[in-house]
Write a protein that binds this ligand. Sequence first.
Ligand SMILES: C[S@@+](CC[C@H](N)C(=O)[O-])C[C@H]1O[C@@H](n2cnc3c(N)ncnc32)[C@H](O)[C@@H]1O
Length: 246
Amino acid sequence: MQQNIYDNPEFFSGYYELRKRSDNYNDLLEQPAMRGLLPCLAGKTVLDLGCGFGRNCADFLRRGAKRVVGVDISQKMLDVARRESYGEEIEYINMSMTDIHALNEKFDFVYSSLAFHYIEDFHKLICDIYALLNDGGQLLFSQEHPVVTATKNSEEGGYICNERGEPVSYKFSNYNESGLRVISWFVDGVEKYHRTMGEILTEIADAGFIIEAVCETSPDSEVVKKHPKFKQEYIKPNFLIVRARK
Ligand SMILES: C[S@@+](CC[C@H](N)C(=O)[O-])C[C@H]1O[C@@H](n2cnc3c(N)ncnc32)[C@H](O)[C@@H]1O
């Protein structure tokens, strides 16, 4: 049974406020890297898994996509998407991406931003995506980096600071123990899944994909100048991004 934490009111309002901040990691670190790997979408059909507020769905339309399907397990996230990121060519479906094998349609491009680490069965997810793609179609996804998902007990992981309180290194543990992690983020009991870099890339290759790009995010120097806290992102990558072709 997939957890639907974004429909928890306390979690939702915390996440909503976070995304409004001008220094959020999505806008300053993950999205620029994702945009750099986007293929040309003119005339393409797109599936966005874990589409959330639907901002990327709207962006795909602006880039010329002819149809965009956004899937999300959270009704609250889709309520915002339907209110703020709509268009005749966008369809939002309230379903878990663990059920996408039931979609009766093929796509040229499958996209997912920061949602795959919520999925337990990565093997099934990747095989389902492969089956939903047209030949030559591409998958582009981001997720929390395995170095970030690894540690089971939060007290055993995190930045290590010098005497001035500046982060100088990062410690993590349990890297080679894949599986469920339960963390506190806005609320207690948030479930996500750790997989090693080797497992992630091998699952993608085993499904039949050609891996085209692997990116471990690093901040742009302009971002660091404006928001010095992003300097700590030079210590370890926060997000993993993969683009692959069927
Ligand atoms: C960090 S948010 C990212 C939202 C959006 N992709 C973006 O970049 O703004 C993760 C999203 O994944 C969704 N999600 C989590 N588990 C899911 C599942 N099993 N099926 C579909 N969506 C899921 C959440 O509801 C949430 O909207």
